[in-house]
Design a protein around this ligand. Structure first.
Ligand code: FES
Ligand code: FES
Length: 170
């Protein structure tokens, strides 16, 4: 549990989280969302906010291995967890295989939705192979894109799944 303090009419919590392998200890207000914590406190603005109601998936990050909509989670609830954001996918500036598959398949236009898609697919790829279109569609179904077609997204997921499967048998 986080250490909780009352003051200025709202509760404050001292939390410790690991974000992209870096440990952070901060005091947060009880209503601060995880999305705002990441964007405003840690300046990790690759996590985007669209609907802020859990619908669009733009704010998806990975918390303890699970894809989570960070607009629906409070920063205080994240105490003690390990969080991954899109910035953690390419720590040395080199695109990872999934990001490369997005680029090669033109799976984005404006890019607003892209970080959310990448994190949803990253979590799904760790659960098991994505080798058919039905599974790719299922993995993508929680995220919304307003400007690119879904065909490129589906192919990017299939290509990334194929690359992962190939790597696992080598
Ligand atoms: S901003 Fe979180 S689901 Fe849309
Ligand atoms: S690439 Fe523009 S909203 Fe998806």
């Amino acid at each position: 549990m986080s250490d909780t303090k009352a003051g200025n009419d709202q509760l404050r919590h001292r939390i410790t989280v690991t974000v992209n392998r870096a440990r952070h200890e901060q005091v947060v207000e009880d209503r601060l969302t995880l999305a705002d914590f990441l964007r405003e406190r840690l300046r990790l603005t690759g996590t985007h906010l669209g609907c802020e109601h859990g619908v669009c998936g733009a704010c998806t990050v990975i918390v303890d291995g699970a894809a989570v909509r960070s607009c629906l989670m409070l920063a205080a609830q994240a105490h003690g967890t390990a969080i991954e954001t899109v910035e953690g996918l390419a720590p040395d500036g080199q695109l990872n295989p999934l990001q490369t598959a997005f680029k090669d398949n033109h799976a984005l236009q404006c890019g607003f939705c892209t970080s959310g898609f990448l994190m949803s697919v990253t979590a799904a790829l760790r659960e098991g192979p994505i080798q058919d279109e039905a599974r790719a569609r299922e993995v993508l179904s929680g995220n919304i894109c307003r400007c690119t077609g879904y065909r490129g997204l589906i192919q990017a997921v299939l290509d990334a799944g194929a690359a992962e499967a190939k790597e696992s048998v080598q």
